[in-house]
Ligand binder design. Structure first.
Ligand code: MRU
Length: 362
């Protein structure tokens, strides 16, 4: 997508195989590009959320392996890189998906070919992510147009949570991709953007992305969605997922489950968009099997923003000494999901639904 008229991906390697990312910790206040110079830089960028969002975490891990092999192309070096990256964030399964692909592609190669092959594979994973998101965009846009037709031209109000836009992927996004596609094709759309405490990915990233694209949007507190749904002000919820079980349960940013409950109570469709790299085919029970990342209480006890003098700083929001808990994701059971929007099409959130699109997994 474009930033100030220039097309960017969220991660890329230049022709000298230097890896660059957009530092998402600085957005929306500053647009800063960082170079990742080592495996340790890549692991830290994922852990500290300079990059975030399930597909981008996977792509960054792939480039992290390539950087690791630049320093140590041995098989032990490869395995060490994979192990170091694997433990950076637990919930997004794209991380393991990308690391397994890197390991399988590289382990049997001679040592002197590994580094170049690793960069080629990481680029392939990044390109595939873009292609998958483009397909999600087309499938999801059909749903938006169906809704728009039934509303005879009145704008479609879509509620989204966290950031599942181009910043969460290599380009285009998952949940926001259909919105970009439908908007570019003329659909009248307005997006309700959940602020998404504690890291405020909605306020900082989704609002920034949508406005840069000219899409009308309104930022709301995380608690406002249910009220808006009761008043008929939401026509559809559209979110991403960090891990989807083979039975259609989805883990996404904390607070997603409450939106799904409110949507069900108000008869509003609740869609989840995902590339197939987000499906954990080994998991069948999201509540029991998906590990939920527990992040630092500091994220709850503070809010980071820009002060009048331009400094970007965290400020305290609770009395000193307050105890805080910070589960970063929750699981929405398949029964609350109206449909999954995947790169292969739209299906019911169920084992049969997923298998109808991915029969090779039967
Ligand atoms: O903690 P984050 O910002 O990495 O969480 C991201 C989300 O929850 C997104 O909704 C998710 O990755 C799915 S969309 C690409």
């Amino acid at each position: 997508m474009k930033v100030h008229g220039t097309h960017y991906r969220t991660i890329w390697a230049d022709d000298r195989e230097r890896v660059h990312i957009i530092d998402q910790r600085r957005l929306p206040h500053e647009f800063v590009v960082l170079e990742l110079k080592s495996l340790a830089d890549a692991a830290e960028a994922i852990r500290d959320m300079a990059v975030r969002g399930a597909p981008l975490i996977g792509a960054t891990a792939a480039f992290g392996v390539a950087l690791g092999l630049s320093a140590d192309p041995s098989e032990a070096g490869l395995r060490r890189a994979v192990a170091a990256l694997e433990e950076t964030r637990p919930t997004a399964v794209n991380l393991r998906w990308a690391l397994n692909r890197m390991l399988n592609a590289l382990v049997s190669l001679p040592r002197d070919l590994r580094r170049a092959a690793a960069f080629a594979k990481a680029r392939e994973i990044a390109d595939e992510d873009v292609a998958m998101c483009r397909r999600i965009a087309r499938h999801g846009a059909d749903l938006i147009f169906e809704l728009a037709d039934s509303r005879q031209g009145a704008r479609v109000n879509i509620l989204t949570h966290c950031n599942a836009g181009w910043l969460a992927t290599v380009d285009w996004g998952t949940a926001l991709a259909p919105i970009y596609h439908a908007f570019d094709d003329g659909a009248a759309i307005h997006v309700w953007v959940d602020e998404t405490r504690p890291r405020s990915q909605g306020a900082a990233l989704t609002a920034w992305e949508l406005q840069a694209h000219g899409i009308p949007c309104t930022l709301i507190t995380d608690n406002a969605g249910g009220h808006l749904m009761q008043r008929g002000m939401v026509d559809m919820c559209l979110v991403g997922t960090d891990r989807t079980t083979a039975t259609g349960d989805v883990a996404n940013k904390i607070g997603t489950y409450l939106k799904a409950l409110a949507a069900r109570d108000n008869g509003i469709p609740f869609y989840v968009a995902l590339p197939h790299s987000t499906i954990d085919w080994n998991a069948t029970d999201g509540l029991r099997e998906i590990p939920i990342e527990e992040r630092s209480p500091v994220e709850v006890l503070t809010v980071t923003g820009r002060t009048a003098d331009g400094a970007i700083v965290p400020v305290d929001v609770a009395p000193s000494g307050t105890r805080a808990a910070n589960p970063a994701f929750d699981v929405t059971p398949a029964r609350l999901v109206s449909a999954l929007i995947t790169d292969r099409g739209v299906c019911p959130a169920s084992r049969d639904g997923l298998l109808s699109l991915f029969p090779e997994r039967a």
